[in-house]
Every structure is written in C-alpha cells, then in structure tokens.
Design a protein around this ligand. Structure first.
Ligand code: HEC
Ligand code: HEC
Length: 403
C-alpha cells in the first residue's frame, strides 16, 4: 500500500515536471507573437524591450559571426595578406600607373568611395574627390568589407570567387585599364621588394628571382588581403554575446521591427545581414515617390533572361550607416530614404510595373517612431574597429593609392 502511494506521488511529480517543461517550451514566443507584444509595450520600458529583443534573437535563431572560409589553394598566410595589402594600394597595377584598388575602395570611405557611382578612367584622387574627374561607372562602388562572406561578387553576382573578381577591374577598360599581362608581370618583376614578397608568399625554392610573379598569384594575394577585412565587432555583436548595455532602447525597438514587422531579416539575414542571393526590390532612379524605375537589368543581363531583370545581390548591412550612397545605382543618400521606400512596398508598392519584385517586399505600415527605430538599429551594426591604415609607401615608389 505504502509503495503504491509512493509510486503515485512520484508519478504525479514527474507528470508535473513534464507539463511545466512542455509549457516552458511552447511559451517561447514566435517572431509574430513578439511583434504583437511590441504593439502594447510602452516605448520607454527598457526592461520590456530588452526581453523582446532577446526573445526575437532566440526565435530567429540568430548565430554569432564565424571566420570566413578560405579556399584550399589560398589559405591566407600572413605573407600573402601583406603582399595583397601592398598591391591593393599600389597604382603600379593600372595601365597608366594612376589608379589603385584603393582609389575607389579607400579606408577614409570604409573601403568604398562615398559617391553615387564610381569614377574610373581618367579619374584623379581617391574616394569622393574623384567626383567629376573621369569616366562615371555604371554602378555604385560597394565596400569591400566582409566580401569574404559573399557567395558571389558584384551587384549582379556575375563573378564567384574573390580571386576571379580581382582581375576584372584590373583589366577593365574603364577602370584600371591594364592592357597587357606581360607588361604587368614585367613591371612587378623589376621591383626588388615585390620579388622578395612574392617569393615569401608563393615560392618554395631559394631563388628569389620573381618567377612567382604571375597573374594568378597577384589575384590570390589581393583576395587573401580582402578576406581579412571583416567587420565582426559591433554593438550588435556585443549584444548578441550578452552585453545588454550595448544597445539603446531605440535600437532594441528597432531590432524588433527589423526582424518582425519590417521583414528585413528575411533577406538581410544575420550574422552577415544578407542572404547571399539576388532579388528585385524595384529600386528607382531617385528616392522620391513618383520616380521612375531604374533600368539596369542587373542579373537579367548575366543570365540573359527576363526573369532576372532588376535583380541585384542583397548587400550586407554591417557598417551600412557609413557606406552611403546606397543601392546599385547609388540613388539613395540616407537610410531614412531607404526605410520610406520599403515602407511603401518598394518599386511595385509605389505603383511601378516591376516585373520580378520579390513578394517579401510589400507595404509595411510602420509609424514614424518605428521608422526612426529601424534606422537606429542599423547604426548598431557600425564597426567598432578602425579601417586599415594607408601604407606610407608602396614597393613601386609611386604615389600611394595613385594620382
Ligand atoms: C575605378 C573604381 C574602381 C577600382 C579602381 C576598383 N574597383 Fe572594385 N568595384 C568598383 C565598382 C563600381 C564595383 C561594383 C561593380 C558592379 O557591381 O558591377 C566594384 C566591385 C568590387 C568588388 C565586389 C564587391 C561586392 O560586394 O560585390 C570587389 C571585391 C572589388 N570591387 C575589389 C576590387 C579590387 C581588388 C580592385 C583592384 C584590383 C578594385 N576593386 C578596383 C569600383 C572600383
Ligand atoms: C526581398 C529581399 C529584401 C528585403 C525583404 C529587404 N531588402 Fe534591403 N536590399 C535588398 C536588395 C536586393 C538590395 C539591393 C537592391 C539594389 O541595389 O537594386 C537591398 C538594399 C538595401 C540597403 C542598401 C544597402 C547598400 O549598401 O546599398 C539597405 C540599407 C537595406 N536594403 C535595408 C533594408 C531594410 C531596413 C529592410 C526592411 C525594411 C530591407 N532592406 C528589406 C533585399 C531586401
């Protein structure tokens, strides 16, 4: 009898624990439920917003950043990264020795150029100083921070690896306009410091005669350098790792909008804040309502199909507040303009005939405070570490970065 009672009591306790655990599990709210809860949460109740922000990270299963993958044949040895760094700032690579990669991807502009569209051939200076000095390129210059995490490169995703990408601007007629591989190799072989550096990075014999200087290794060194340019330390990241104090209440509210009602994370997915694919959001020629649709075919020209028309790569949003102007055409100057555009439902929402606009971009009904909060949240993705230092000199002895 006693045993039977004991058994019953034990079973009741076990069932109770089981019940509570089940309830605990189902009590973890979904993003939709969090969005509902947010509606009735007073804007100033920091404790409540902290809970909602933590809950949304949990429901979205947000992961912290990891190191980028490096290809088997380019493991990012220090000697390669150092060589790539020098090459990146050395105008010797360009046809007329006037332009380096850094002319357009400059540390002062967080490795972009701060202009709506890049300025190529004939351009002078670096970054935004180049405005009006040379041939305008077709698209906005993206930052090369975090490119290691891009499955495809360029706004239209036309190129796969960074090694492959590096050779495109090098030979492009309207960019660095190098016309001859032989000439390029000859130039670099004539510079003792490059002979040494290429031998350290790629050589496996004791001859330091420049025989490792070839196109493939130039591309590898540039790519190895780029793979180290990563923004991994932001207030957002510190918050994800447990530091409640790193986000303002405004940013906490913005985070809930970003993942919830704003639907931003569907494409701008953490930890890189992009999904690695291309889509069309119906970008217009200017941010004003009523502006016509931009006519760059984007991915459509890559796959030669109408289905890809107007599709571009989702840009990562790390450090985004510092790398405007925005979009493939550089037409949007501020994050506020972008939020307005999304709130209206993108190009289609603004009444334009956008052939392939992604269904996830639709009217959002955000109020003024939510819009502000969203912009504020994006600023929590600002880098806490500085951009690379411009070298004092480069092996060619030419002006660093270019003319
Ligand atoms: C004259 C300006 C200019 C120069 C010089 C230049 N770039 Fe670019 N870069 C651009 C523009 C503009 C784009 C975007 C083009 C597009 O998407 O069609 C771009 C895109 C890129 C991308 C792709 C980024 C992404 O997110 O898709 C990488 C990587 C890159 N450049 C690296 C380099 C390297 C390495 C060099 C030197 C060998 C270089 N660039 C020289 C203007 C320039
Ligand atoms: C369907 C996928 C998708 C959704 C949803 C989406 N975006 Fe985008 N976003 C893109 C694409 C694609 C681009 C580039 C478009 C172009 O240049 O034509 C972009 C560009 C941007 C840019 C410009 C970045 C730069 O470097 O130029 C910002 C900022 C941005 N989005 C923020 C947001 C916010 C905030 C939301 C939510 C309100 C959002 N996005 C929702 C796909 C998306």
């Amino acid at each position: 009898m006693k045993l039977a009672i004991l058994f019953l009591v034990a079973m009741t306790i076990l069932a109770g624990i089981y019940f509570l655990r089940e309830r605990g599990a189902s009590a973890a709210p979904t993003t939709a439920e969090i969005t509902e809860l947010a509606r009735s949460t007073p804007p100033g109740d920091r404790e409540a917003w902290l809970k909602l922000a933590r809950a949304v990270l949990a429901s979205e299963n947000v992961m912290p950043m990891t190191d980028p993958e490096e290809p088997l044949n380019n493991r990012g040895e220090k000697s390669r990264v150092e060589l790539g760094y020098q090459l990146f700032f050395d105008p010797v690579l360009s046809g007329d020795k006037s332009t380096s990669c850094a002319s357009c991807h400059h540390p002062d502009n967080w490795m972009a150029d701060g202009m709506p569209k890049g300025v190529g051939l004939g351009g002078r200076g670096y970054g935004a100083q180049r405005a009006g000095t040379g041939q305008e390129l077709k698209r906005n210059t993206p930052t090369i921070f975090n490119v290691a995490y891009n499955p495809v490169q360029f706004w239209d995703g036309r190129v796969g690896s960074l090694e492959e990408q590096a050779l495109v601007p090098l030979f492009a007629e309207d960019e660095m306009h190098q016309t001859s591989v032989d000439e390029l190799v000859r130039r670099l072989r004539a510079i003792p410091a490059y002979r040494e550096m290429f031998a350290d990075a790629f050589g496996f014999n004791s001859k330091r005669d420049g025989s490792e200087i070839n196109l493939q290794n130039i591309a590898r060194a540039l790519a190895a350098f780029e793979r180290k340019l990563n923004i991994t330390e932001t207030n957002y990241d510190l918050f994800v790792r447990g530091r409640d104090d790193k986000l303002t209440t405004e940013q906490l509210r913005g985070m809930v909008v970003f993942f919830g009602q704003g639907q931003c994370a569907v494409c701008h997915t953490p930890p890189h804040f992009h999904d690695g694919v291309l889509s069309s959001i119906g970008v217009t020629k200017s941010p004003q309502k009523g502006a016509p649709l931009d006519d760059d075919p984007g991915f459509g020209a890559v796959i030669r199909k109408r289905d890809g028309f107007g599709m571009f790569k989702t840009p990562g949003l790390r450090n985004v507040s510092r790398t405007g102007p925005y979009m493939h055409n550089g037409a949007f100057k501020t994050l506020e303009e972008i939020v307005e555009f999304y709130n209206d439902g993108g190009g289609r929402g603004r009444g334009l005939d956008v052939y392939s606009q992604d269904a996830k971009v639709a009217k959002l009904d955000l109020n003024d405070q939510q819009k502000k909060d969203l912009v504020s949240f994006m600023k929590s993705l600002d880098s806490l570490t500085p951009p690379p230092v411009v070298p004092k000199q480069v092996p060619s002895g030419l002006p660093v970065v270019g003319k």
